[in-house]
Write a protein that binds this ligand. Structure first.
Ligand code: MG
Length: 204
């Protein structure tokens, strides 16, 4: 048996603070400290939280419904896109897929596929939720910001939260949604489009 093998065998024997103390004649207080650090290290490495980021933008055009967070919001224009163009749900979906290390939403639901023509984006979140459960993983929280000059989105935030929490099978209190304007600057400020950004944390 080589010195290296003997070392490995000896390490494998150290399962308790008492054995560490006996083998290395180290003071008990130091052993207790090492033991705590070892167990804490194991605890954190067995439950690792992964974070993901998502961003989406769609153009505002006449003749389309404005749907954000699964809520149909009365407005003169709506978001253009292949599906229902729900930029908020798309950004959250990308954040979840990013936390898994997966490609973006377009990879799973290409806009060339007629199945997703005018599809409610809720189904994309439900699919992300299903993929997470398969890993297996658990969503810790989701947080998102909508950036729109008009209309006022705050009155719809509570319903958006409920829709997103339901699609992801997670508590509403772990879903954050904020809305802000772009202070009349850029394409969002000129009401040419609406953007959304999101982060998500998944326990994997
Ligand atoms: Mg999109």
């Amino acid at each position: 048996m080589t010195a290296d093998d003997r070392g490995k065998k000896r390490l494998s024997q150290i399962t308790t603070t008492r054995e560490f103390h006996r083998l290395y004649e180290t003071p008990r207080s130091v052993c207790n400290l090492f033991s705590f650090a070892f167990r804490a290290g194991n605890f954190y490495s067995s439950a690792m939280v992964h974070v993901g980021i998502g961003y989406d933008v769609h153009a505002l055009v006449a003749g389309r419904k404005l749907i954000l967070g699964g809520v149909e919001i009365p407005h003169a224009k709506g978001l253009d896109g292949h599906s229902d163009a729900d930029a908020l749900m798309h950004a959250i979906c990308d954040a979840l897929l990013g936390a898994l290390g997966e490609p973006d939403i377009g990879h799973f639901f290409p806009n060339s596929d007629p199945r997703w023509k005018n599809a409610p984006s809720r189904i994309f979140l439900e699919e992300a939720s299903r993929i997470i459960a398969l890993r297996p993983g658990k969503i810790v929280n989701v947080d998102a910001t909508l950036i729109a000059q008009a209309p006022k989105l705050y009155p719809h935030v509570a319903t958006m939260k409920r829709n997103i929490a339901t699609a992801l099978k997670m508590p509403e209190k772990h879903v954050g949604i904020k809305a802000t304007t772009n202070e009349h600057m850029g394409f969002v400020g000129r009401e040419e489009g609406i953007a959304a950004m999101a982060v998500a944390a998944i326990d994997l």
